[in-house]
Design a protein around this ligand. Sequence first.
Ligand code: FAD
Length: 384
Amino acid sequence: MTDLFENYTSPWMNDELTMLRDAARKFFTSELAPEQERWEANGLVDRDAWTKTGAAGFLLAEMPVEYGGAGGDYRHETVIMEEQLRSGASGLGTQVHSQIVAPYFRHYGNEDQRQRWLPGMAAGTKVGAIAMTEPNTGSDLQSIRTTAIRDGDEFVINGSKTYISNGQHCDLVIVVAKTDPSQGAKGISLIVVEGATEGFSKGRNLKKLGQAAADTSELFFEDCRVPAENLVGEEGKGFVQLMQQLPQERLNIAQAAVVDMERAITLTLEFVKERKAFGQRVLDFQNTKFKLAECKTEALIARTFVDQCLIKHLAGELDASTASMAKYWCTDKQNQIIDTCLQLHGGAGYMDEYPISRMYKDARVQSIYGGTNEIMKELISRTL
Ligand SMILES: Cc1cc2nc3c(=O)[nH]c(=O)nc-3n(C[C@H](O)[C@H](O)[C@H](O)COP(=O)(O)OP(=O)(O)OC[C@H]3O[C@@H](n4cnc5c(N)ncnc54)[C@H](O)[C@@H]3O)c2cc1C
């Protein structure tokens, strides 16, 4: 894949990160991408894809070395994610695992919890998930019904979750539950449930419009007892912790959207340079050139914006509203650009064997998960 922007380099890149990019590109392209089609047919990645990726050093890149991580920062995570998505090996749920779940242990977990969970997550022997959404509530997180009631040295969890990424493969899941159901947001806590705990069961691997290789599941908790030391951070502070971590999750989704825009445009350029109609290349029609000129312009605008967000995030200054702008605008643009690119493929764009067709299906959820784009606009509008 050629780089789309000949005169633009992200200001946060350096030689070390370029080396990491080359290594990640090689790994994902040669080791995982060839498996993606089979994984899509199975609705699940192979379990050993996790350990392979861990052994290659591409999980938990920003975690300190003492917890099995690579001792990098969010730039390292970004470079690895970009190369995974560019390779097309999108099935492995590394974004949730490395960039959403692991940071909760780092920021709010105690030393014992970090030692218990992070090294396994870095090695890929423990797959992480986070369960907020329930059958009756998603956007309105304060209304969750799952409870975790203290009983001596244990919490007893009851309730069900749905649409949980990594839900089939997960070995540990951060469950968002009410430890005090009489309180709204102030009664919410984060509690880890490990795979083999009695009373915890995994439901169906849900069939989806796109992202066919990524497992997404229902999870059930029936008098599920976990030790009180599985509470992550303070009791009753779960909602605050979630709100603190969501800007990174939203930036991450926006960054993934930008990689996808760039990939779609690059793939389309390759196609329209080869495809002929009316005695000329499809690229030579003014409509094609103008459409792709618009797409390339918008992708560069998106790229420069998420780069600025990343720099702010590294400095600890990325606020919820700016992260929401990035998430909503980039994912909407991603869907529009991929739609335009698919149209320029003609009938081929509708065929599964062309990656643009799968990208179209995979992208649709980007404006829904991680907080819907309507919720993003709600958050932005609070700053008006
Ligand atoms: C593939 C996939 C993977 C997912 N992975 C996870 C995961 O790993 N963990 C997890 O916890 N969840 C996960 N989710 C769930 C996801 O985060 C939710 O689906 C999302 O937050 C929306 O919640 P909902 O589905 O309940 O929709 P609802 O909240 O019911 O929303 C329905 C519609 O109402 C709109 N709406 C709601 N409130 C407002 C408002 N105040 N103002 C304006 N409009 C509003 C929404 O924008 C939407 O258009 C995943 C979902 C999918 C599809």
